[in-house]
Design a binder for this molecule. Structure first.
Ligand SMILES: [Zn+2]
Length: 82
């Protein structure tokens, strides 16, 4: 569903968080910039990313931090070898 905010919408909080982890793995965000949390939208009833507020605790977990770091390293080598 298209949303008036123009942001990409995810049907559930879990899906939005997974996509957020994926995005942070693919782009070089500094730890305190870029999307860090998700919120439920009153306009479309789905979930969007936000860069405001505190980082979601899911993103702060060691497992997820490692996953993001591993993915970034993979992306780095992929760009370098392209
Ligand atoms: Zn929305």
């Amino acid at each position: 569903m298209a949303c008036v905010t123009g942001k990409k919408a995810y049907p559930t909080k879990e899906r939005a968080l997974e996509a957020l982890v994926d995005q942070r793995g693919r782009f070089e965000y500094r730890s305190n910039s870029g999307p860090i949390n998700v919120y439920h939208c009153d306009d479309c009833g789905e979930w969007h990313f936000t860069s405001k507020g505190d980082m979601h605790e899911y993103l702060q977990s060691a497992d997820i931090q490692k996953r993001i770091a591993d993915q970034r390293e993979a992306e780095y080598w992929e760009r370098k070898l392209r």
